[in-house]
Design a protein around this ligand. Structure first.
Ligand code: UGA
Length: 469
C-alpha cells in the first residue's frame, strides 16, 4: 500500500520505518528541513533502539521529504503523527494537527480517498474535527467529497518503540465506516498475522501471541489512549503509595508487588516502586484528561490523585535525605542518572530534575553523572546549579550522599566498594530499588531503597561512626 506519514518524531519515524519494512511504500513528510536532511543522509535524528538498522533495511521503500509537492495522490493511508504539546491549562495543543489537516485539504485531488489516520494523542472529537477541516478546505476548492478519518492511537514506549510496533498487544482503530476499517486492517495485516520475518536485532519474543485488532468508534479509540496512560501512571503511583506505607509497617514493597502481580487480574508490570514516573507522555496525558473532565463537568479524582501522589513521591527522596542528614545546606549530594528512564536521553518531566531543583532550593551542592544526558541537561536546564561529572568516580568524590535516580545498567555494576571510599559519608539512596543491598552494606554504605524496612537510622549511623566511616 502507499502510505504518507506526516511528522518524523519518534512515533512517525518508527511507524514509518516499520510499515516500510513490512512492505508498504512510505513517504514521510516533515517541515523540519534539518531532520529530513539528516534522514536522507542515512542518519537518525532520535535515539531509538534498532531504528538506524531498520531504516537501512527498509530504505528502498521509504523516502523522506519536506516538500508537500511530494504528497502522493495515490496514497491509501495518510497518517498524522505530529506533536500535541500541553497548553498552560493542561489541554492538548492541536495547532500542528489542525495545520496538517488544512494542508491535506489543500493537497488532496478530486476522487482521491485515502483514509486519514490520527496517530497523535488527541482529545476526543479530534478525528471529527480533522475530517471537517479537510472537507471545508476541499469545499473551498470546489471539491465536494467526504473523507474517512480514523483514530489509531499508539502505545509505544520511548526506547522500545520499534519492539512495541512489531509486537504489540493490540492495534486499536476507531472508524466510522467499514471501508476505512478494512483499509487499516490490510495496512496492519503482517503485524496482525505476525507473518513477517523479524528485523535484525528485534526477534519475536517466544510464545508471542498474535495481537488483537480492535476496531471501535472514533471517540472510544481516542479515549482508550488516555485511559491506558492514566491507568499505567495510576498503577505506578499506587505501588509507590504502598511502598511508603511498607516502610512504616515493616514490609518489603518488592515482595508485595510480586505477590500482587501473580494475580492475573493485576499482572506484574508497572509495579516497580521508585521515585515516581516521568517522561513526555504520562504527565501530559493525565493533565489533558483532567482538562477534558473539567470541560465536561466530570471529576476525574483518581487521575488527579495520581498526579498529586507522583509529585509527593519525588519529594520522598529529599525527605529521606533530610531525615538522614538533617540540614542539607552545605551538604554535597550526588545524583546518578538524569533521564526519566534508562536508555533514552529524554529529560522531559524527569524526577531527577525535580529532585535537583528541590535540593538547590535547600542549599545543597549537587553533583550529577549520566553518560547519556549530561550535555543535554546542561543546555536544557541552565537554571539548575549542578556540578556535572565526567565519571562515576568524580561524582562520588566528597559526597555526603548519592541518589540513584535512573536505573542505567552501568550503575548496577559500579565498583561501589572503591567509590564509597571517596565519599565524606557513605549514604546511598537507591531510588529505583535496583542495587545489591547486601554488597553495599558490606562495603560500608548505609543503603536505603524505596518501600523497604530498615533498622532505625540512629542505630546504623552510630554503628558506622564506630567503624570510622
Ligand atoms: C508511555 C507508555 O508506556 C506508552 O504505552 C505510551 O505509548 C507512551 O507513554 C506515549 O503516550 O507515547 P514512555 O513515556 O516511553 O511510554 O515511558 P514508560 O516506559 O512507560 O515509563 C514511564 C515512567 O514510568 C518512567 O519514568 C519510568 O521510570 C516509570 N515507571 C515505569 C516506574 O516508575 N515504574 C514502573 O513499574 C514502570
Amino acid at each position: 500500500m502507499n502510505v504518507i506519514i506526516i511528522g518524523s518524531g519518534y512515533v512517525g519515524l518508527t511507524t514509518g520505518s516499520a510499515l516500510a519494512y513490512i512492505g508498504h511504500n512510505v513517504t514521510l513528510i516533515d517541515k523540519d528541513d534539518d531532520k529530513i536532511k539528516c534522514l536522507n543522509s542515512g542518519n537518525v535524528p532520535i535515539r531509538e533502539r534498532g531504528l538506524k538498522e531498520l531504516l537501512n533495511e527498509a530504505r528502498a521503500t521509504i523516502r523522506f521529504t519536506s516538500d508537500w509537492d511530494d504528497f502522493d495522490q495515490q496514497a491509501d493511508v495518510v497518517i498524522i503523527a505530529v506533536g500535541t504539546p500541553s497548553k498552560e491549562n493542561g489541554d492538548a495543543d492541536l495547532t500542528h494537527v489542525e495545520e496538517v489537516a488544512a494542508i491535506i485539504g489543500q493537497r488532496l485531488s478530486k476522487g482521491a480517498y485515502p483514509v486519514i489516520v490520527n496517530k497523535s494523542t488527541v482529545p476526543v472529537g479530534t478525528a471529527r474535527r480533522v475530517g471537517s477541516i479537510i472537507e471545508q478546505t476541499l469545499r473551498r476548492r470546489g471539491i465536494f467529497q467526504n473523507v474517512h478519518v480514523a483514530s489509531n492511537p499508539e502505545f509505544l514506549r520511548e526506547g522500545e518503540a520499534l519492539f512495541d510496533t512489531f509486537y504489540p498487544d493490540r492495534i486499536v482503530i476507531g472508524v466510522e465506516s467499514q471501508a476505512a476499517g478494512d483499509v487499516l486492517r490490510r495496512l496492519y495485516q503482517p503485524l496482525i498475522a505476525q507473518d513477517f520475518i523479524p528485523p535484525q536485532g528485534l526477534p519475536r519474543p517466544e510464545r508471542f501471541a498474535e495481537p488483537t485488532f480492535f476496531s471501535t468508534d472514533q471517540a472510544s479509540a481516542e479515549l482508550i489512549k488516555y485511559a491506558a496512560n492514566a491507568f499505567l501512571a495510576m498503577k505506578i503511583s499506587f505501588i509507590n503509595e504502598f511502598a511508603n506505607l511498607a516502610e512504616k509497617v515493616g514490609a518489603d514493597i518488592a515482595e508485595v508487588a510480586k505477590g500482587m502481580g501473580l494475580d492475573k487480574r493485576i499482572g506484574p508490570r508497572y509495579l516497580q516502586a521508585g521515585i515516581g514516573w516521568g517522561g513526555s507522555c504520562f504527565g501530559k496525558d493525565t493533565r489533558a484528561i483532567l482538562h477534558t473532565g473539567r470541560q465536561y463537568d466530570c471529576e476525574m479524582r483518581l487521575v488527579q490523585a495520581t498526579i498529586d501522589s507522583n509529585e509527593r513521591q519525588r519529594e520522598q527522596v529529599v525527605r529521606k535525605l533530610k531525615e538522614h542528614m538533617k540540614a542539607l545546606r552545605g551538604r554535597t549530594i550526588g545524583i546518578l542518572g538524569l533521564s526519566f528512564k534508562p536508555n533514552t536521553d529524554d529529560l522531559r518531566d524527569s524526577p531527577a530534575i525535580a529532585i535537583i531543583r528541590h535540593l538547590n532550593e535547600l542549599g545543597a551542592h549537587v553533583k550529577a553523572y549520566d553518560p547519556m544526558t549530561m550535555r543535554k541537561c546542561q543546555d536544557a536546564h541552565p537554571e539548575l546549579f549542578v556540578e556535572y561529572c565526567e565519571t562515576a568516580e568524580d561524582l562520588f568524590e566528597n559526597c555526603h550522599a548519592v541518589v540513584l535516580a535512573t536505573e542505567l545498567e552501568e550503575f548496577r555494576h559500579l565498583p561501589y566498594d572503591k567509590l564509597g571510599k571517596k565519599m565524606k559519608r557513605r549514604f546511598l539512596l537507591d531510588g529505583r530499588n535496583v542495587l545489591d543491598e547486601s554488597a553495599l552494606t558490606q562495603a560500608g554504605f548505609i543503603y536505603r531503597g524505596i518501600g523497604r524496612c530498615y533498622e532505625s537510622w540512629e542505630e546504623e549511623s552510630s554503628s558506622q561512626a564506630a567503624q570510622g566511616l
